[in-house]
Design a protein around this ligand. Structure first.
Ligand code: UT7
Length: 370
């Protein structure tokens, strides 16, 4: 029997601290008017020093599991899509696995910049459709503020921090993720890049002095690329799902620039009201922007079970992606579970595992050696 991958849980998290355009105008040569007119952004949320991509991801994940009423120990796979992971390794997904108590889950990170959440959703959906796994947590999480050059007005006005998570579950009932289109063009890799910190240009005093650990972008070229692919990719995903644009209730675009979204609306001949847009309050949160927009539209009742959505994104790589999903909502379950309770339990388990490793290290005499 055919299997379908349904979205049964969702959650979002943003840091408390808000940075307005007026605040930015005190930091670099810019203005509220320029930022609003050129991007549609009014403010963005910025992580505190003790917050990271993993901490925001955990918050969003617990909310998504609560909506799905799924205990963390039943999650079989965690995929974190992020352009700003906590470390090069271990994967941020492993940090999330440990902190939410997903004791039976595999975990890995996926790097496709702002398109990463849609890439990850499609990977999860494919895994469920094959029948190999049934419960997958997909997270888009970013702390872009930690990689932003706060002296560069070309980029620092654009980005914000946040996380969004979906729970995907398998069922024989048709619905869920209906189609996906994934594309890339590495010839444009230099257009949006953090040049240093990888194997190509490892950290050195020179890379720090030259500010090569921060985001660099050719805004005009990325803008041109984005306006070229958004409408085309949306059409392709709708066709692949054997639907027409009239079957789609909302388009949820990556929130990078309001003008890019308006251009896509024009090309698709769809009124802007059918686009979910919240860039004004969050800026560009990369992989988190689509799930955050979906969470807000669910919260205020715009998206209802049965609605079909197109999600479409583009980003560094260059990458772009689109998919069609039919909204499901949580599967009926017998008894209420409280995924947040697992956090305390997860901490105990994690400490026990560390302690066991320590004791084994003492026995084998390997502590302090690497
Ligand atoms: O997730 C994907 C991530 N990135 C994107 O989606 C970004 C796509 N690109 C964009 O959104 C736009 O390119 C920007 C909003 C970043 C810039 O808009 P633009 O129409 O491409 O402007 P521009 O870069 O060509 O700059 C126009 C002018 C320049 O001044 P001059 O040379 O004409 O005197 C810039 O120096 O605007 C100036 N400028 C600013 N002025 C005030 C650039 N940034 C700022 C700023 N405040 N923050």
């Amino acid at each position: 029997m055919a299997r379908y991958a349904h979205i049964t849980g969702w959650g979002m998290a943003v840091p408390e601290q808000v940075l307005t355009n007026l605040d930015l105008a005190q930091m670099v040569d810019t203005s509220d008017e320029w930022i609003r007119t050129m991007t549609g952004i009014g403010e963005r949320h910025i992580a505190a020093p003790n917050q990271s991509t993993a901490t925001l991801a955990v918050e969003a994940a617990i909310k998504a599991l609560t909506v799905a009423n799924l205990p963390p120990d039943q999650v079989e796979l965690i995929i974190v899509a992020s352009a700003t992971p906590d470390h090069l390794f271990p994967a941020t997904a492993c940090l999330v696995q440990d902190r939410i108590g997903a004791l039976n889950a595999g975990a890995f990170d996926l790097s496709a910049a702002c398109s990463g959440f849609l890439y990850a959703l499609n990977m999860a959906a494919q895994t469920i459709r094959t029948g190999s796994l049934n419960n997958i947590l997909v997270i888009g999480a970013e702390t872009l503020s930690k990689f932003t050059d706060w002296e560069d007005r070309n980029t620092c006005v654009l980005f914000g921090d946040g996380a969004g998570a979906f729970v995907l579950q398998g069922s024989d009932q048709p619905g869920g993720i209906l189609s996906a289109v994934l594309r890339s063009d590495g010839s444009g890799g230099d257009l949006l890049i953090i040049p240093a910190g990888g194997s190509h240009l490892p950290a050195s005093s020179e890379t720090v002095e030259n500010r090569w650990h921060f985001i660099q972008m050719n805004g005009r070229e990325v803008f041109r690329f984005a306006t070229r692919v958004m409408a085309q990719a949306s059409r392709e995903a709708v066709e692949a799902a054997q639907l027409t644009m009239d079957d789609i209730k909302y388009i949820v675009p990556h929130q990078a620039n309001r003008r890019i979204i308006e251009s896509a609306a024009k090309q698709l001949e769809i009124p802007i009201e059918r686009f979910i847009i919240n860039i004004e309050r969050y800026g560009n949160t990369s992989t988190a922007s689509i799930p955050i927009a979906v969470c807000e539209a669910l919260e205020d009742g715009r998206i209802q079970p049965g609605d079909r959505l197109v999600m479409v994104a583009f980003g560094a790589g260059l990458t772009w992606a689109s998919l069609v999903a039919q909204w499901s909502g949580p599967f009926p379950t017998k008894r209420k579970v409280y995924p947040v309770w697992f956090r305390a339990w997860a901490r105990v388990i994690s400490r026990m595992r560390r302690f066991r490793r320590y004791v084994e290290g003492v026995i084998w005499g390997t502590n302090g050696k690497s």
